[in-house]
Write a protein that binds this ligand. Structure first.
Ligand code: GBH
Length: 448
């Protein structure tokens, strides 16, 4: 594909964000407490003691934000719904004011010509459920199923694209295994494996909710952050090593969903810590979906070792990174991150539901925000997207993370992922250089 070639005319371009990271309005109109509201108040948990209380105040400024999206030519927006706004204590009474808020919000998107892609769960679990065991319990997966039904029923007339969960790994392993994310727990292996299973089950309930109540034309998928790697050289041996690495790393999550169960090798490796699976669980978990969402940021480099087995190559100190220390430069993540799941599981439709980069301190000078570094990051990644499509990888859309600077979880507000700058004192929004660039890409449907 030459540099001037267009993407397919049906290609979906969009931007993404998540409720907890932008809305603020932490107690507005009957919203319940989320585990992130609580976690942010735990000393030392979040950089600078930052909270989600106000964030980008999107709860009160969504009209302004959608007008800006429209101005930049954004046609698709991936948002998430805050479970604690809809069911404040997780599985009890429904808060109609919460549902009405999202109805107004989505109407405002429609008025600006923007199609919603709704994620049902982007990490903001109601604290009341956590108090009763959270994702350690099957009851939380069931509560998610009920919440999903409530939302899908209410919004089926306005929303056609549904995503069940955002990044299982992050709200399970990083949250209950490593304690880095809310609720900041450190459980044993058996509990963690059960937590993974409960999350898979929640995905299954989410799919069922959309199939039952989504109405005509509704589509559903999960957004996964598969562990993705890049072959050091694009030779058969290194590619085979990358494939083996990929399948092993994802066997308990995306692999289990796509293969209809856990592999024997995985269960053997778990031993006594294997998850308990009830009859019929995988009928739910592995029910067909319409697309796979993937959040792709970076990944390790892998090559074939002596015996052909995969071996990671460590990053030297001088290797380029964004200011987010985990985010090293690896644009090929777009190519291999979509090709590996296609090759491993035969996935037929992929949407990149997030890709972006986090930097600190981007000042606005004379009304301009110069983030040429982010612009170059973006262009390099979009080139790899072109390459994937040219090689027949079925990528049908790309959502840039993120529309505006926002609450970057445990990094607070110091790390900026937006293509629109937010002054958190004044709430003034300023499109960065990268936003003006991305606007051209979307408008011309090609990498400019
Ligand atoms: C996504 O997660 C999220 O969906 C989104 O909400 C977030 O704002 C965005 O990306 C940017 O971070 O173990 O300390 O090395 C990205 C996935 C997975 C981010 C692992 C950082 C490394 C944490 N991530 N992670 S650490």
């Amino acid at each position: 594909m030459s540099s001037t070639q267009s993407f397919p005319s049906t290609f979906t371009w969009g931007v993404a964000a998540a409720a907890a990271q932008i809305e603020g309005g932490a107690t507005a109109d009957g919203k319940g407490e989320s585990i992130w509201d609580r976690f942010a108040r735990t000393p030392g948990a979040v950089h600078g003691g930052d909270t989600l209380d106000v964030a980008c105040d999107h709860y009160h400024r969504y009209e302004e934000d959608f007008a800006l999206m429209a101005k930049l030519g954004v046609k698709n927006y991936r948002l998430s719904i805050a479970w604690p706004r809809i069911v404040p204590d997780g599985d009890g009474q429904v808060n109609l004011a919460g549902l009405e808020f999202y109805e107004r919000l989505i109407d405002s998107m429609a008025a600006n010509g923007i199609t919603p892609w709704v994620t049902l769960f982007h990490w903001d679990l109601p604290q009341a459920l956590e108090d009763r065991g959270g994702w350690r319990t099957r009851a939380t997966a069931e509560a998610f199923g009920r919440y999903a039904e409530i939302v899908v029923k209410a919004l089926a007339g306005k929303v056609k694209n549904w995503i069940t969960l955002n990044e299982i790994r992050c709200f399970t392993q990083l949250a209950y295994g490593f304690g880095l994310k809310a609720p900041g727990a450190k459980v044993d292996d058996a509990t963690l494996n059960q937590i993974y299973h409960n999350a898979l089950l929640a995905h299954g309930y989410g799919v069922r909710a959309v199939r039952t109540y989504g109405g005509e034309g509704a589509r559903v998928g999960i957004t996964d952050n598969s562990d993705v790697c890049i072959p050091v050289t694009e030779t058969p041996a290194d590619i085979a090593a990358a494939q083996a690495w990929y399948e092993r790393k994802n066997e308990h999550l995306l692999g289990a969903i796509c293969n209809g169960g856990y592999s024997e090798a995985y269960l053997k490796r778990c031993g006594d810590a294997a998850p308990k699976v009830a009859l019929g669980d995988f009928d739910l978990i592995s029910a067909p979906t319409d697309f796979l969402g993937l959040n792709l940021y970076t990944g390790p480099f892998v090559r074939a070792g002596q015996d052909g087995a995969p071996e990671e190559v460590s990053l030297p100190a001088a290797y380029p990174k964004a200011d987010s220390p985990w985010l090293h430069w690896a644009p090929q993540v777009i190519y291999w991150g979509t090709r590996l799941p296609r090759d491993a599981y035969g996935v037929k439709s992929i949407y990149i539901t997030e890709n972006g980069c986090g930097y600190n301190d981007e000042p606005v000078v004379a009304g301009e925000c110069n983030d040429l570094h982010r612009r170059e990051f973006l262009r390099a990644h979009l080139r790899e997207l072109e390459r994937a499509i040219k090689d027949g990888v079925p990528v049908n859309g790309y959502f840039l993370w993120s529309f505006i600077d926002n609450f970057e979880w445990e990094d607070g507000y110091e790390r900026r992922f937006g293509i629109v700058h937010v002054d958190f004192e004044t709430q003034v929004r300023t499109p960065k250089l990268s936003a003006l660039y991305y606007a051209k890409v979307m408008a011309e449907n090609r990498v400019v």
